[in-house]
Each structure stands twice: as structure tokens, then as C-alpha cells.
Design a protein around this ligand. Structure first.
Ligand SMILES: [Zn+2]
Length: 317
């Protein structure tokens, strides 16, 4: 069973899963610094996700953990209005999302492990671990997030990974990793290995920003999942690169390691806020393109359902 905003659900009820997106970003340092990140409206989220659902979309993996705008009560409202399950994280975003004196830099590994474990076992804090009062919601975390840096793994990230490993000894959890432009991925996997976390629990995000089949093949062969999210975002690269990369991965027998997400983390990306391309782009534009370029229904089902379900259930589906 997968923990969601609509309670624990079997994988088959999740449909086509968006493996990395942002439904609510309600405050936090980055939202103040860059107001385009502000995704605080339940109404707009319902509108945007209804388009996604009407295009055939299912569950959404929300990649905003505590302390940087996660609001589980709003996520529950969006799910109840749309019928779409949302998988909620515990853990940490990249450091740009926090003030430099955030508690994560002061607390030791054991304390951080306890805080993460409680969100996985008992429910995520409705206050986002931002106040002395913890108010656990009925939603348990579905995965743990951690972030790497551009070309290196910091001592701070290593501490977070060791804390995640402590949690894993008590409760097995999928891990979502923000990579900075797809770099230092091997080094991150080395740290997970050193900490004793099986690599098939790990999803490396934004990997197509480092478009390099040689690198991707090696990471997938080590057992990690690779998440792609550049389609529509031409500022990173033309879409043809990710289409070719996906084809190369399937041809190498590694199609079972690829996941897709929108990562529409800005209001200017949302149709509901008057921007674009919108949450449903991946389904109404990119998936038809994949079909036109030779991807079969079975391959699309694998990318959109089987692979993310496999990551979320730790291969138990
Ligand atoms: Zn993201």
C-alpha cells in the first residue's frame, strides 16, 4: 500500500503517476524571495489538477517537503476536491529553500532521524516542523526527500543521508533525490550505499538536465530510478534530446528505470494562474509525441504507471 492524502492505496488505484511535481508551495524563504514559486491557492490547484485528470492523469508525487511551503491540509483539500491521491514527502529540499540558520544545520543525525521517522510512521506535521507545536495530520509520508549540490555531496547532505539510513532500518521508504542539473549522481549513490540504503529505493530527479546516455545507463545499472522533467522546458534543452535518451534507455533494456514528472514549481508554468504549459502538457502534448516517435502502449504504461508504482512500493507491487 502507498501512503497518500486519500489514505493508503494499492498501486493499481494510482493510475498514471506524475513522479515529481508541486501542487502547493505555501510560504517559506524561497517563496518570499521569488514570488513566482508561490503556489498557495487550493482553488487554482483544483483547477490545474482537474485538467491533468481530464487528460488521463492519476496520482501526483509532490516534491515539497517540510519547512519550505509544504501544507498537508491544503493538499488533502485538493485531493478531496479532485479525487486525485497525492503522495506527500518528508525530508529536505535543496538549501536555497531555507535560511542558513534552519534547524536542519544544527540538529544532529539522530534527532533528524527521529523527526523523519515520526512523519513516516505517525503522520506529517501540519505545521511543517516550523513551530514548536507539532500537529500530526492523518497523512503519512510516502517517501523521503534529500538534495545534492552541483558536482559535489556536502557534509550536510551526507549527514541527512545517514539520518535517512537510520529511518530505513525501522521502516523501509522510497527516497527522492534532487540532483543539481543531474550532477554528482554517482557520488550520491555511493553515499547511499555506504549508509546501507538499497539503490533500488532511490529516484534521482532532474537527470535529463544532464543529457548523457553513458551516465544514465551506468546509474540505472546500479539500480537507481531516473526521473526526467525537461519536456516543455526548452530553456533546459529541446525535447528531442529527452525523447532520444528515453529510446536509448529502452533499447539498452533499462526502460524499467525511467519516470516522468512535470516539476511545474512556478505559477508562471500553470494554466490556472494564467501561464503555461500547465500540468497536463505531459499528457496532451508530450505523450502523443512519444507515440508518434514509436513508443508503444506497453512502454508508456511502464513509464507512467509501473515504474513509479515500483519505486513507491519498493518493488512490492
Ligand atoms: Zn521539484
Amino acid at each position: 500500500m502507498i501512503e497518500t492524502t486519500l489514505g493508503p492505496l494499492p498501486a493499481e488505484q494510482l493510475g498514471w503517476i506524475n513522479a515529481h511535481d508541486h501542487v502547493i508551495m505555501d510560504g517559506g524563504y524561497t517563496v518570499v524571495k521569488t514570488p513566482d514559486f508561490k503556489l498557495d491557492s487550493v482553488e487554482k490547484a483544483v483547477e490545474e489538477l482537474t485538467c491533468w485528470k481530464n487528460a488521463g492523469g492519476g496520482a501526483i508525487v509532490d516534491a515539497q517537503p517540510f519547512g519550505c511551503g509544504r501544507n498537508v491540509l491544503k493538499l488533502i483539500q485538493v485531493s478531496e476536491a479532485t479525487g486525485l491521491p497525492i503522495i506527500v514527502p518528508t525530508g529536505f529540499q535543496s538549501k536555497e529553500f531555507y535560511l542558513p540558520d534552519h534547524w536542519q544545520y544544527k540538529y544532529d543525525e539522530d534527532t533528524i532521524a527521529e523527526l523523519l521517522y515520526a512523519e513516516c510512521a505517525d503522520g506529517v506535521d501540519a505545521n511543517g516542523y516550523e513551530s514548536p507545536v507539532v500537529n500530526r495530520s492523518r497523512v503519512k509520508a510516502g517517501f523521503i526527500k534529500v538534495a545534492g549540490d552541483y558536482q559535489f555531496v556536502s557534509p550536510h547532505t551526507k549527514k541527512q543521508i545517514r539520518a535517512i539510513a537510520q529511518v530505513q532500518q525501522r521502516i523501509a521508504m522510497p527516497v527522492l533525490v534532487h540532483t543539481e542539473t543531474g550532477t554528482a549522481a554517482d557520488e550520491l549513490l555511493d553515499e547511499f550505499e555506504r549508509a546501507g540504503i538499497p539503490l533500488d529505493r532511490v529516484m534521482l530527479c532532474h537527470m535529463d538536465r544532464n543529457y548523457d546516455f553513458y551516465v544514465h545507463r551506468r546509474l540505472a545499472q546500479r539500480g537507481a530510478f531516473l526521473q526526467y522533467d525537461t519536456p516543455s522546458r526548452i530553456k533546459y534543452q529541446p525535447e528531442r534530446f529527452v525523447v532520444e535518451l528515453m529510446r536509448d534507455m529502452f533499447d539498452a533494456g533499462l526502460g524499467h528505470r525511467i519516470l516522468l514528472g512535470g516539476d511545474m514549481a512556478r505559477r508562471s508554468y500553470w494554466k490556472a494562474y494564467g501561464g503555461g504549459p500547465g500540468f497536463d502538457y505531459l499528457l496532451v502534448k508530450f505523450t502523443p509525441r512519444l507515440r508518434a516517435e514509436g513508443f508503444t502502449d506497453a512502454e508508456l504504461e511502464q513509464i507512467w504507471h509501473t515504474n513509479p508504482a515500483c519505486w513507491l512500493t519498493l518493488g512490492q507491487m
